[in-house]
Design a protein around this ligand. Structure first.
Ligand code: ATP
Length: 600
C-alpha cells in the first residue's frame, strides 16, 4: 500500500507539470484510412456522425488538482467533470492529424502508429500485442469520438481491449491535462468475479500508470474501501459489491465518464438486471456508455433505449452463419451415459495435444465427480460455484500456470474467461442452448489460435446435434465411438453415487437432456425426488415429445447437496455469494426456473 501511495505521489506531481502532447491526433484519420477498405468491418459499422467541435460541450469546468501529502484523500475530486475526456479527444483531433504517418498494412492496424499514449503502446507490445484485432479497429474511432455503442464479436477476438484501449488512452490524457482525481473515471461492470478480475488485469497491464481496482464479493470489503479512499482511475466489478460500496459511501460514481457493460446479456441471466439499472441511474448523465453483449434480449434493448445515447451498433457477428471463431474444429462423439466418463481420458490424450483442456459439465456435482475420477490418472481440478472464492482463484491461477491441465467446470467458466492455450474443450453433455455452446467452445481458439471442441452426445440426440450445427454454422466431424467395458476396472467406478452400481450409469431417468433425446443424465440413484427434474421449458433443443428439463431431470439424486450454493451458486457474482440458501440465484435464470437450483 505504501508503495502505491508513493508511486501515486510521484506520478501525480510529475503529471501536474506535464503539458499534453498533441500526439493523439492521427487516430481518427488513421482508422478511417484503414477501415475504409476493410469491407468485412465497414459493412457492419454504421456511419458515424462527426462530433460537434464546441469548446466545452458539457458546460462544466475542469477539475482542479488538490494534492495532499497524506495517503487518505490522496486524490482530489470535483464532481461533475464527466465528459471532458471525450471532449479532449474531439478538440485535439480537430488540431489536424497526420494521416500520412499511419501504417498501411492491411492485416491489422499497427498500434504504435495510432497516436495512442506511448505507455499503452509499450505495455501492449510487451505482451506481444502490436496490431489491432478487427473488433478493436472497428470500435476505436467511434469510442475515441465519445460515441455510445453496442458491440458484438466472436469469442476470444479481443473485445476487452476494444473498449479498454480507448478508455485508458482517454484517461491517461485526461489526467495529464486536468490532474488526477480520487473517484473513478471509468466503471466496468462484469457479471462474474472471475471476469471482473480478468478485465481489471487487462486494464492494469495495458496502462501501468493508472490505478485500477477490482470490486467483487467474497473478499474483505475493508481493503477495497481503503483502496478506493486512496483514489482510483478505473473500477471494475460485479454489481452487487459495487452497490454495497456505494451504500457505504466508499464508492463515488459522480465522476464516471465511461461506463462499460461487459457480457451484458449475462447480467440478466445471473439476476443482476435490477442492480445494473440502479448503478446506471447513479451515473452522471454526461458520460460515454459502451455495452458488449452476445445477444439482445428485450431487457438489453430497453436498457439501450433508456441509458445509451444514440448508440452505434458494431456487430462483427451479425447474421453470418459462422458463430465460432475461426480456427476451432468441432467434433462430436456418441457415448451412452454409462460410458461417457470413461472416454474423457482417451479423448484428452487423442485431441488435447498435451495442452490444457476444459471439460464442461451441467452440474457442480458432476464436475466434482468427474474431476475426482479423472484425477486418478490426470492432473485435474474442479471449478464451480460451491467452491470458495479463494479456492476458485487458486484453481484458475493453477490452470493458467499449467500446474494441472484438465479443468472440469460448470458453465461458470463458460463465458469470458481467457486462459491462453486451451487446446481442447469437451462438452460432457449437450449444453442448454446454442449460446452456451458457443461460449463454452470459445474458451479455445482464442486470439487467432487453433483449438478443438468435442461434443459428447447420447445415441438418441442426433437431432439436437444437427440443430447446434445449423445454429453455429459449423459442422461436427463425428468421431468413432470408443468402446467402454462395463463393470470392473473403470477408474470411475464407485463415484456414480447411485444404487445401481454403474459408475455414471444405471438407474437414470430418461427424459432429462436439455437437448431432448432420451439419454438422460448419469444420476445413479434414479428416482429420488427428482430435484433436478422440474424445469421442462427453457431448452430450445427439446426435441420430440421429451420433457427435457433445462438442466436435466435425470439426476434424480434426491439429495440436497446440489442446492447448497443457493443465492449465488454462481461463479462469482456478488450478492450473498457465500451465504447460500436464501438469496436470489445469480445464474438461476439460465434454463432453470427455480433459482435455487443453479447448476453453476
Ligand atoms: N490485438 C491483439 N493482438 C494479440 N492478442 C490480443 C489482441 N487483443 C486481445 N488479445 C488477446 O486475445 C485474448 C482474447 O481477448 P478477450 O478476452 O478480450 O476476448 P473476448 O472477445 O472478450 O472473448 P470472450 O467473448 O470469450 O469474452 C486475450 O488473451 C487478449 O490479451
Amino acid at each position: 500500500m505504501i508503495s502505491t501511495v508513493l508511486r501515486r505521489s510521484v506520478l501525480t506531481t510529475s503529471r501536474r507539470s506535464q503539458t499534453l502532447s498533441a500526439s493523439l491526433t492521427s487516430i481518427n484519420a488513421a482508422l478511417f484510412h484503414h477501415l475504409a477498405p476493410a469491407s468485412d468491418l465497414a459493412a457492419n459499422v454504421q456511419p458515424i456522425a462527426p462530433l460537434p467541435q464546441t469548446s466545452n460541450p458539457f458546460g462544466i469546468k475542469a477539475r482542479d488538482f488538490h494534492f495532499q501529502s497524506v495517503p487518505s484523500e490522496f486524490r482530489a475530486s470535483v464532481a461533475s467533470s464527466a465528459g471532458f475526456a471525450a471532449q479532449d479527444y474531439a478538440e485535439e483531433s480537430s488540431d489536424g492529424g497526420d494521416s500520412e504517418s499511419v501504417a498501411s498494412g492491411s492485416d491489422g492496424l499497427a498500434i504504435s502508429e495510432l497516436g495512442i499514449s506511448p505507455e499503452i503502446v509499450k505495455a501492449l507490445s510487451g505482451r506481444g500485442i502490436d496490431k489491432l484485432f478487427p473488433i478493436q479497429k472497428a470500435v476505436l474511432e467511434p469510442a475515441m469520438q465519445g460515441r455510445d455503442m453496442i458491440g458484438r464479436a466472436r469469442t476470444g477476438t479481443g473485445k476487452t481491449l476494444a473498449f479498454g484501449i480507448p478508455v485508458i488512452d482517454k484517461i491517461i490524457k485526461f489526467n495529464a491535462k486536468h490532474g488526477r482525481g480520487k473517484n473513478p473515471l471509468c466503471l466496468v461492470l462484469a457479471p462474474t468475479r472471475e471476469l471482473a478480475r480478468q478485465v481489471e488485469k487487462e486494464f492494469r497491464e495495458s496502462a501501468p500508470s493508472l490505478d485500477t481496482i477490482c470490486l467483487y464479493g467474497g473478499t474483505p470489503i475493508g481493503q477495497q474501501m481503503r483502496e478506493l479512499n486512496y483514489g482510483v482511475d478505473v473500477a471494475v466489478g460485479t454489481p452487487g459489491r459495487i452497490i454495497d460500496l456505494m451504500k457505504r459511501g466508499a464508492l463515488n460514481l459522480s465522476e464516471v465518464q465511461f461506463i462499460v457493460l461487459d457480457e451484458a446479456d449475462q447480467m440478466l441471466q445471473v439476476g443482476f438486471a435490477e442492480d445494473v439499472e440502479v448503478i446506471l441511474q447513479k451515473l452522471p448523465e454526461k458520460r460515454q456508455s459502451m455495452m458488449f453483449s452476445a445477444t439482445m434480449p428485450s431487457w438489453i434493448r430497453s436498457l439501450t433505449k433508456k441509458y445509451l445515447n444514440n448508440p452505434l451498433t458494431i456487430d462483427l457477428v451479425g447474421d453470418s452463419d459462422q458463430k465460432l471463431a475461426d480456427g476451432i474444429t468441432m467434433y462430436s462423439i456418441s457415448a451412452d451415459s454409462y460410458g461417457k466418463a470413461s472416454i474423457i481420458g482417451p479423448l484428452v490424450e487423442a485431441h488435447g495435444k498435451g495442452g490444457k483442456c476444459i471439460v464442461f459439465t451441467q452440474t457442480k456435482r458432476d464436475a466434482d465427480r468427474l474431476s475426482y475420477g479423472l484425477a486418478k490418472s490426470f492432473k485435474c481440478e474442479a471449478l464451480h460455484g460451491d467452491i470458495s472464492q479463494s479456492q476458485r482463484e487458486r484453481t484458475l491461477a493453477g490452470f493458467r500456470d499449467g500446474n494441472f491441465n484438465i479443468l472440469v467446470a460448470t458453465d461458470v467458466a463458460a463465458r469470458g474467461l481467457d486462459v491462453p492455450n486451451v487446446d481442447l474443450v469437451i462438452h460432457y453433455e449437450l449444453p442448454n442452448n446454442t449460446e452456451t455452446f458457443v461460449h463454452r467452445t470459445g474458451r479455445t481458439g482464442r486470439a487467432g489460435k487453433k483449438g478443438n471442441a468435442i461434443l459428447i452426445h447420447g445415441p438418441e440426440q442426433s437431432r439436437a446435434v444437427k440443430m447446434i450445427e445449423r445454429e453455429v454454422g459449423s459442422k461436427f466431424t463425428e468421431l468413432p465411438s470408443i468402446p467402454v467395458e462395463r463393470g470392473s476396472g473403470s477408474m470411475f467406478e464407485g463415484i456414480g453415487g447411485g444404487r445401481s452400481g454403474g459408475s455414471y450409469g444405471g438407474g437414470m431417468r430418461d427424459r432429462s437432456s436439455s437437448y431432448g433425446g432420451r439419454s438422460g443424465g448419469y444420476g445413479g440413484g434414479g428416482g429420488g425426488s427428482g430435484r433436478y427434474g422440474g424445469d421442462r421449458s427453457e431448452s430450445r433443443y427439446s426435441g420430440g415429445s421429451d420433457r427435457s428439463s433445462g438442466y436435466g431431470g435425470g439426476f434424480g439424486s434426491g439429495g440436497s447437496n446440489n442446492r447448497s450454493s443457493g443465492g449465488f451458486g454462481g461463479f462469482g457474482s456478488d450478492r450473498s455469494s457465500q451465504s447460500g440458501g436464501s438469496g436470489r440465484s445469480s445464474f438461476g435464470g439460465f434454463g432453470l426456473k427455480d433459482p435455487n437450483r443453479s447448476s453453476y
